[in-house]
Ligand binder design. Structure first.
Ligand code: ADP
Length: 150
């Protein structure tokens, strides 16, 4: 059984995240989406609301589990009995960040990071822009996975 965690803030979970998980399911038997609940980081959506949104997105996919975690990502991977960390890559800026944390996580725990390049159609989609649009009262349904409403 190949299990990966897909950790992130998911504030909110977008169609870009959704696509990475769907494609990850062609590589892994099971994916645990881990909602990092860093107390120091202020979020627009509560961890419980983010959990609800992501569970709704994968309601028909039994191979996807969703959990909130408060620990280091590598400790969450160990708890979830996952040998892999799944991440998505959009830009060169993402690359620098992902390489640093991916190398650190592997050196500290042996857990490998598997990175998928974003689908071109979703390369511009980010939670930061989604939050900005929400703050101006704009509709962000085009940013969200199918069947999800916020
Ligand atoms: P974090 O705060 O840990 O970066 P995010 O919720 O922003 O969490 O992102 C989680 C993962 O999803 C990261 O690997 C990020 O690069 C990836 N990601 C975010 N948006 C997209 C997108 N539109 N396409 C592909 N991957 C994405």
């Amino acid at each position: 059984m190949k299990r990966a965690i897909f950790p992130g803030s998911f504030d909110p979970f977008t169609i870009g995240h959704y696509s990475i998980v769907q494609r990850g399911l062609t590589i892994f038997d099971e994916i645990v989406v881990g909602i990092g609940n860093n107390q120091a980081k202020k979020t627009l959506f509560s961890a419980e609301k983010r959990l609800e949104i992501i569970r709704e997105a994968f309601i028909d996919e039994a191979r996807v589990k969703v959990q909130i975690y408060n620990s280091l990502t590598i400790d969450f991977a160990r708890e979830a009995k996952a040998g892999f960390i799944l991440r998505g890559l959009r830009t060169v800026a993402d690359f620098e960040y992902e390489r640093t944390i991916g190398d650190t996580n592997r050196i500290l725990s042996g857990v490998e990071t598997v990175i998928l390049f974003t689908e071109a159609a979703y390369a511009h989609i980010s939670s930061t822009v989604a939050r900005e649009l929400i703050s101006y009262g704009k509709d962000i349904s085009a940013f969200l996975p199918p069947n999800v409403k916020i």
